[in-house]
Design a protein. Sequence first.
Lengths: 236, 171
Amino acid sequence: MTTDPYPTDPTAGPAAGPAADEAAGALLTAALGTLVRDEPPMRFTVEDAERRGRLLQRRRRRTRVGLGAGVLVAASGAAFLSAGAPGWPGAQRQPGTALGPTASPSQSAGTAIGDFGGTSLPVGFPLNEAFVAVESALPDGVRLGDLPADVAWEPGGPGYVAAVRVPLARGSAVSQRGGATLRLGPRCVLDGADAVLDDVQARAVADAVCAVWTTWGRPDPLAVPPAPSTPPDPAS
Amino acid sequence: MTPSFREFATARRAALRRTAYLMCGDWHLADDVVQDALARLYADWPRLAARGPVEAYARKVVVNGVLAHRRRPWRREVVAPALPDVPDPRSGDGAPAGADDGTRDVLLRALAGLGASQRAVVVLRYWDDLPVDEVARVLGCSTGNVKSQAARGLAHLRDALGARPDQEVTP
């Protein structure tokens, strides 16, 4: 049988031990009391503690926001790298090589890959990039018309990667329905803009879009990334 | 009913400060530690108050604050070539009112001779009068450890005060 060397229960230890400890403890309590008898006035108030508590709350909130932003940036970076940055060899795709279903009409700004906590990264060539390039290259007096709700990249036809309809307007007059068609390919072209642009202006617009497309690595706008569950192809 | 932070802080800050002082022997540091602990309590008050009585948590934050402060490198005690001046208990110089018999200094020195965690055990056990298991919970150690530390601390203080016949701790 083992004996607790430091019993607290009077029935558990030697008869004199607990009683002696209790008395010594009581004396020690009284002795400690002498140390705090001449207590100086407190240097802080409850309001001071509350103020510091509020500062602490604010600092914690800022830290949480900073950490959240860091996680978001890290997730975006990881997704960006896994998708293949524009200009990387992995991001180059052969024109006309479809990797999956084509973009749905409801996709107005290219396709998106994954959803990493609410952030979607574009893949391919976003429509808004093309329209910004078109708008910046238009001559004075010509502007982009209202974009239809179902605007989207479409197959570009023989020799071209993709095409999109570009409504153009001169002054207050809007071009006929459909407007011009911008085609991406070895050499970009803007067809059907005769009513509002001459050949040189149309050429300039097409080249402007082509230049932006090239900075993106000339990806296939119709390309859709494989589903996340798709295993990688060992052959590639 | 759970008190508001203000009610709790007003009622308990003096007691927490005394506990901190007995652990560190410095009223200024005790003030800092308790204010820091109360600020943390304020920041987490809704969550803490919903969980139940806050007293034990507050005491734990204070104790950890003192122990953490003593662990900081710039706080470590260094060996001095000469002993610091010690007030002569018979002269009354430097001795606060009500402690002119020197008991206070002897006790302070005896407490200072204990290790930080042993001092925490002694203060929580004999000053705050906490049961062994509660002290173990506050310090995050076993009840056996608390009992042994308390017994050794008590023996050390008994020896220190035993040198003074008028303050014999042993019954």
